[in-house]
Design a protein around this ligand. Structure first.
Ligand SMILES: CC(C)(Nc1nc(-c2c[nH]c3ncc(Cl)cc23)ncc1F)C(=O)NCC(F)(F)F
Length: 262
C-alpha cells in the first residue's frame, strides 16, 4: 500500500554497524530515530556504491522492484532516503536480527534439523512462486541471500540482480555477465547468459543442498536428494516448476510429521 512507503530523513538515520556487501552496494544497520531518544526502529540501509557495473539507474530499478513486492517470504521494503543534494539514495528495508541463512546454519547447528530445513525450503519456494507470478527472475538465489526472521521464518532478499521477463519470451538474456559465483548458476546461464524461472529452480536446488548439507544425511528423506537432482536437470524444460517443487516439499513435511508421530 502506498502510505507505508516512507521517506526517511538522512539526519534521523543513525549509523550503528556494517551488515555486509551485496550486489551493487553495502548494507548497514541503522536506527531511524526522529525523536532522538534511541526509541526509533532498527532498519537495514542499502547504500548505492556507484561503480563500473552499477549505476543509479540500476539501483532505482532495485528500489522499484522491491517496493512492489508484498510477500511474507520476501524482505520488506520500508522506503528510501535521499542524501542531501540528492546526489545518491539509499534503500531502507526491515532489519532481520537473525541475519543471513548461511550464517544461521553455520552458527546454529543444534537448531538445524530436517523438519526446520523443510519448513525453510517450503517458505523460500513460496517466495519464489510469488516472484514467478510477477514474471520476476531473482538470478542470485543462494543461502547467502536468504534472511532468517525467526526460528521459523526465512525471507528472500538482495534483489539487485532481479529481472522481469518480457511478455513475449520465456527467458531474460543478460548482456553484461555478472560476477556471481557460478556454482549457483544453471548451465544455460553460464553458456548463454540466459536466465528464467527454470534457472532460478536450478539455484533453488543448490539452496536445498546448502540447507541439507548441515543436517545428518541419514535422517534426511531420500526424496530431498531426488528433488535436488530434478532441479539440476541439464535441460531446463525437464526441470520442475516451483509449484511442483513446493508440492514435493509439502509431501516430505507430511511424511516427516508422520515419522515423528512414530
Ligand atoms: C549484503 C547483506 C547486507 N549481507 C548481510 N546482511 C545481513 C543482514 C542481517 N539482517 C538483515 N536485515 C536486512 C537485510 Cl537487507 C540484511 C540483513 N547479515 C549478513 C550479511 F552478510 C545482505 O543484504 N545480504 C543479502 C541478504 F542476506 F539480505 F539476503
Amino acid at each position: 500500500t502506498q502510505q507505508d512507503q516512507m521517506l526517511f530523513e538522512e539526519r534521523h538515520l543513525r549509523y550503528i554497524s556494517p551488515l555486509g556487501k551485496g550486489n551493487f552496494g553495502s548494507v548497514e544497520l541503522c536506527r531511524y530515530d526522529p525523536l532522538g531518544d534511541n526509541t526509533g526502529e532498527l532498519v537495514a540501509v542499502k547504500k548505492l556504491q556507484p561503480n563500473k557495473q552499477s549505476t543509479l539507474e540500476d539501483f532505482k530499478k532495485e528500489v522499484n522492484t522491491l517496493s512492489v513486492l508484498y510477500c511474507e517470504y520476501i524482505v520488506k521494503y520500508k522506503g528510501v532516503c535521499y542524501s542531501t543534494g540528492r546526489l545518491t539514495m539509499s534503500l531502507v528495508m526491515e532489519y532481520l536480527p537473525y541475519g543471513s541463512l548461511i550464517g544461521y546454519l553455520e552458527n546454529n547447528r543444534h537448531n538445524v534439523n530436517t523438519r526446520r530445513m523443510l519448513l525453510f525450503a517450503s517458505q523460500i519456494c513460496k517466495g519464489m512462486e510469488y516472484l514467478q507470478s510477477l514474471r520476476h527472475v531473482h538470478r542470485d538465489l543462494a543461502a547467502r541471500n536468504i534472511l532468517v526472521a525467526s526460528e521459523s521464518l526465512v525471507k528472500i532478499a538482495d534483489f539487485g540482480l532481479t529481472k522481469v521477463i518480457p511478455f513475449d519470451k520465456e527467458y531474460y538474456r543478460v548482456t553484461q555477465p555478472g560476477e556471481s559465483p557460478i556454482f549457483w548458476y544453471a548451465p544455460e546461464s553460464i553458456t548463454e547468459s540466459k536466465f528464467s524461472h527454470k534457472s532460478d529452480v536450478w539455484s533453488f536446488g543448490v539452496v536445498l543442498h546448502e540447507l541439507f548439507s548441515y543436517c545428518d544425511m541419514n535422517s534426511n528423506p531420500k526424496r530431498v536428494y531426488s528433488l535436488m537432482k530434478q532441479c539440476w536437470e541439464y535441460d531446463f524444460n525437464e526441470r520442475p516448476c516451483f509449484s511442483s517443487v513446493g508440492n514435493q516439499i509439502e509431501a516430505m513435511m507430511q511424511e516427516e510429521r508422520e515419522n515423528l508421530k512414530g
